[in-house]
Design a protein around this ligand. Sequence first.
Ligand SMILES: [Zn+2]
Length: 396
Amino acid sequence: MPRYNQQVSLTLQIHRKAGPARRATLTLPHGVVETPVFMPVGTQGTVKAVPQQLLEELDVRILLGNTYHLYLRPGHEAIRRMGGLHRFMSWERPILTDSGGFQVFSLSELRKVSDEGVAFRSHIDGSPHFFSPEHSMDVQIALGSDIAMAFDECTEYPADRTRARKSLEMTLAWAQRSKRHFEAHQHEVPWQLEERSAFSAQRSEDELRERIEGQTPNLFGIVQGGMFADLRRESAERLVEMDFPGYAIGGLSVGEPRELTREMIATTLPLLPEDKPRYVMGVGYPDEIAEYARMGVDMMDCVLPTRAARHGLLFTSEGRLNIKNRQYAEDQGPADPACACLVCRRYSRAYLRHLMAAQEPLAAVLNTVHNLAFYLETMRKVREEVAGSQWPAASS
Ligand SMILES: [Zn+2]
């Protein structure tokens, strides 16, 4: 059984480097994650259409929860009373929560942004709410995630320089406030407070307690700066001065051309500390996540594999495939001949197409399982490629 250092709630052990790419093990309070990693998005406490058991079978090690959605429904205090998000959704592996900022800006109505925070109306029932950096921290601590994110303003695209600069300053001020509040309250996570008798059938009480005791969640800072390389650099430098256990690059994949996404990542990465995890939020297509991992990104998340699956779009080794197309009506082959996932081993394209045509719920389940398997396999191959390289980890 691995020994966990008390109070140290995140370690990144780099095993191998290949140029800027790294193959590492990230240890968090709820378990270990092999990086570079793709993190499926579990918006409402569920990766849409896929039960937790199947996520485990796919070897998903960490998933994302959305603070905005869980705050509105069922409510973070309700989740805290039920022992936190891990226990509520019966997922004992690591969870990362976003700050709620992105959804407040993209989903809610009648937003009013001030230095203090954001007043908005719920997209569900129109009720009024207010998110500040402090409140976002309280919600994420109540959810009990392994990694919480600083409350930021996701700069829209396009945004001119004046606007990007203003947004960047606000994000930095909010990062400082997020950190101060988080550090004062991080020990209040539900996994520190309650009895966990029903938490896990698979793991013994003692093992779990020993693993989690004394550990707290971790807070990552977020680099913004719009599409201006110098603003990105400034944002990264000032954020690194605040000393977070990990850093994210946010405000990408907001409609900008792909070349610009890549340029902003390339500009920012060298400024982030080598010994800490680097996370690019909200990207991308399979070839993009592989490319960014080779550039030195450790963590990525995106709704693309799950959302596309529900629309019948499958990612395969032969490219994208729209399973609804008539040409697959009697195709007995698997979705992807090179894929060994539980869907490709068992079901034909013809059957998957029929499920979509008949609007059967199983279509979403099977398509999503395959797409997630393909994304996870894409990252596994990059990890293998880096591990097999001739560059020892020490020679950076
Ligand atoms: Zn498959």
